[in-house]
Write a protein that binds this ligand. Sequence first.
Ligand SMILES: Nc1ncnc2c1ncn2[C@@H]1O[C@H](COP(=O)(O)OP(=O)(O)O)[C@@H](O)[C@H]1O
Ligand SMILES: Nc1nc2c(ncn2[C@@H]2O[C@H](COP(=O)(O)O)[C@@H](O)[C@H]2O)c(=O)[nH]1
Length: 434
Amino acid sequence: MKFPGQRKSKHYFPVDARDPLVAQIQQENPLSRTHLVGVGQTIVDIEARVDDAFLARHNLSKGHSLVLEEDKAEELYQELKERNLISHEYPGDTIGNTLHNYSVLADDASILLGVMSQDLKIGSYAYRYLCNTSSRMDLDYLQPVSGPIGRCYTLITEDGERTFAINEGDMNQLRPEFVPEAAFENASALVLSSYLVRGKPTDPMKDSALKAIEYAKKHNVPVVLTLGTKYVIEGKQEWWIEFLKEHVTCVAMNEEEAEALTGEKDPLLAADKALEWVDLVLCTAGPIGLYMAGYTEDELKRESTLPLLPGRIAEFNKYEFSRPMTKASCENPIRVYSHIAPYLGGPVEIKNTNGAGDAALSALLHDMSANVYHKANVPNSAKHVAKCLTYSSFSQICQYSNRVSYQVLTQHAPRLSRGLPEREDCLEEAYWER
Ligand SMILES: Nc1ncnc2c1ncn2[C@@H]1O[C@H](COP(=O)(O)OP(=O)(O)O)[C@@H](O)[C@H]1O
Ligand SMILES: Nc1nc2c(ncn2[C@@H]2O[C@H](COP(=O)(O)O)[C@@H](O)[C@H]2O)c(=O)[nH]1
């Protein structure tokens, strides 16, 4: 496990391998490991620049992620091919992206539960998916299917807006028996997306997601839900609120999804509202940066030394140096908020915003895993006097998530092609002290 940030703090771990005492302990007690689990829809992103007329011709509404009928998807693909509009093809899926990025950042294992075409042809989409996925992602549990994996036509119009058109293939055919309980033992978190419930009523994917949640709860693994797109939430707010209350520890969303869920346009107020249903919120807001909201124990709250920020909740970041906890594990819970503007104001040139939100979430999940890992290996550390959800503070996680989003904005693909630059191994020096 490579650790997120604060490499020089007294709590930094893994400890220096050159210390003979530590080396001896590590030989006697091999380090306990953890991993992230995700249930995903195996999808390849097929990216093309199109005009508004193209969207109109194929009855697509801009900014939406829509599942197409097979014949409509084929028509769309044929036009893209004939007009030579396809610019890039990458493995996608909001969960696949998140697990891959997690594995790259943490240099550690994640487990993808999903489907994969059993007869792989070299050059096929399934083949490309596997070739461009981190070797740290464990794909051994994938369910073989006879059909193709999903295709996500990522249609980018001149205004930079992305419209997703999905040809689902067999991506929703994951059956509950391919969700093994063993994957949840020692897991640090289960990550799911709201896309999993929008298949046909006969698709087994939703039951598989519920099975995964059942095992996560049984093994005390936090459930993290990413909202994917506002269109899956709109009109079904009540259903999602009940789902969050019943199953979810942490919700990740962008400001549009947050508004669809809570009715609040202001991301800070939306995040605050979501705390009625979950313990931790990550709300990205494009060029505005990102917000986190959560709970901490009153006695353990830590005041920020950064400038206090104005907002719909006055000086809302006052305790952002605290570490997130579940509300239930606090005797006197207080709400904590943090915000950060885009790293360096955003890249000079944004290559593609695809995957920026997934990237932010992968950094948060890395921090959650680091906490589990540290606790298992140094249980008597001062870090674990209270039961926290993360290794770092709200403020530090905001900075880390933001930094990882920036990295994705500077490249075309939605998945990190490599980790953050080594020079930043100590983010404090390069950025956090700025
Ligand atoms: N136009 C932009 N300028 C600067 N930073 C951006 C821009 N768009 C996104 N970001 C960064 O990427 C993060 C996630 O982007 P966002 O667009 O909110 O996610 P999503 O892709 O889920 O909609 C933001 O919190 C911000 O740090
Ligand atoms: N599992 C699904 N993933 C989808 C779907 N529609 C789009 N996407 C994926 O989202 C990411 C981009 O994420 P963002 O953080 O930029 O919002 C992209 O790679 C797509 O593959 C879907 O229906 N299901």
